[in-house]
Ligand binder design. Structure first.
Ligand code: SAH
Length: 357
């Protein structure tokens, strides 16, 4: 399939030569007119993929309880800045704020949403109108002060760089054109990059989460100084960055990442070990990563499900049980252990709710 973005990419490749994977991902996801996230609401049954807050209200409610407890552990500052990165339809935050109002009735956080998609901003405005959110394109404009930052399935959507080991060194993975010029094709940079200092056998791929690292460093520095915590939930691994997890999804199926640029979601598994190292180096404390199942159960998922079921119809009770299974099942069909939860906090917060002390 040829897409409007294909013509733009072809032009750029003909002018400059093959482009790094990070540039390709950046254009596919964030091109101002044709970028995947600029043009659509990708979530839900009619979209391309489903996320935990869209599966069950319990997910956002438990995050609301986490926010209340963490705010308490911070000494209950009156001027809390509550931030969500990539809030999607606003479902997580709407559920969290409802639970938060019960768990911490005196807390009136200032709500700040970091979102680039105009389509999703509109959905968030509708869901969260009662809380007067302020939107941001990036972190730079967020107000200072003690903050709690939530990010669910945000870091996986940021561009990464990849390098492949050859006899001559580490070559950057690039996107160029097929010999006929009518398709995109993966290739490697002509020269190895002398700055990559890693040891691995020929053929191995190294994934470097550049954009995610920048965001985590900025937040870690800020949280260590102004107090607070970041809660990041994503599918990923706790081992370091060898391997290629680039994937494209459209209509709930895996597709070729080069076939329809701008029309499929491109993601990679989040390298939590790299993010943890970057946060520690900035003077912040790292909690986890732990499996999503353990985090949700520690926050009381089972009790919450039982409580909801006592007031539910038999049909609703079946749906609640199915949602619990989907959020916690450690097998391939569930999110329980593929999804990890990691927090980054100021060093004065030794333990955080949901994480082992
Ligand atoms: N957190 C939501 C949505 C996950 S999809 C949920 O769990 O349902 C990824 C979200 O990040 C979308 O809202 C998308 O528009 C946003 N996003 C993607 N890249 C972004 C960027 N570079 N800056 C800000 N938001 C971004």
């Amino acid at each position: 399939m040829t897409t409007p973005l294909f013509a733009i990419l072809r032009e750029e490749i003909l002018a400059t030569g093959p482009i790094p994977l990070a540039r390709y991902m950046d254009l596919c996801l964030g091109h101002p007119v044709h970028g995947y996230y600029r043009t659509r609401d990708p979530l839900g049954a009619s979209g391309d993929f489903t996320t935990a807050p869209e599966i069950s209200q319990m997910f956002g409610e438990l995050i609301g309880i986490w926010i209340a407890a963490t705010w308490g552990a911070m000494g209950a500052p009156a001027d809390l800045v509550l931030v969500e990165l990539g809030p999607g339809r606003g479902t997580l935050m709407a559920d969290a704020l409802r639970a938060l109002a019960r768990a911490a009735p005196t807390l009136r956080p200032a709500l700040h949403l970091v979102e680039t998609s105009p389509v999703l901003r509109a959905a968030q405005a509708e869901r969260l109108s009662g809380f007067a959110p302020t939107w941001h394109e990036g972190l730079a404009t967020l107000p200072p002060g003690p903050a709690l930052v939530v990010a669910n399935e945000f870091f996986d959507a940021l561009p990464v760089r990849q390098f492949q080991r050859t006899e001559r060194g580490w070559h950057e993975r690039c996107v160029g054109l097929s010999p006929e010029g009518d398709r995109l094709a993966f290739g490697l940079s002509a020269e190895p990059d002398p700055r990559i200092d890693a040891h691995a056998p020929v053929g191995v791929t190294l994934t470097l989460p550049g954009a995610a690292l920048d965001i985590v460093r900025t937040l870690a520095r800020r949280l260590a100084r102004d107090r607070g915590a970041l809660l990041a939930i994503d599918y990923g691994h706790a081992r370091p960055g060898f391997g290629d997890s680039l994937q494209a999804v459209a209509q709930h199926r895996f597709v070729d990442p080069l076939a329809a640029p701008g029309e499929a979601d491109l993601t990679t598994h989040v390298d939590f070990s790299a993010l943890a190292r970057a946060a520690s180096a900035e003077g912040a404390r790292v909690h986890g990563p732990i499996d999503q199942r353990d985090f949700l159960q520690a926050l009381g998922l089972r009790e919450r499900a039982e409580h909801l079921s006592t007031k539910a119809t038999p049909q609703q009770a079946v749906r609640i049980a199915a949602a619990v299974a989907r959020l916690t099942d450690p097998t391939r069909r569930g999110m329980g252990s593929l999804f990890k939860v990691m927090a980054v906090s100021d060093p004065a917060l030794p333990a955080l709710p949901g994480f082992p002390a």
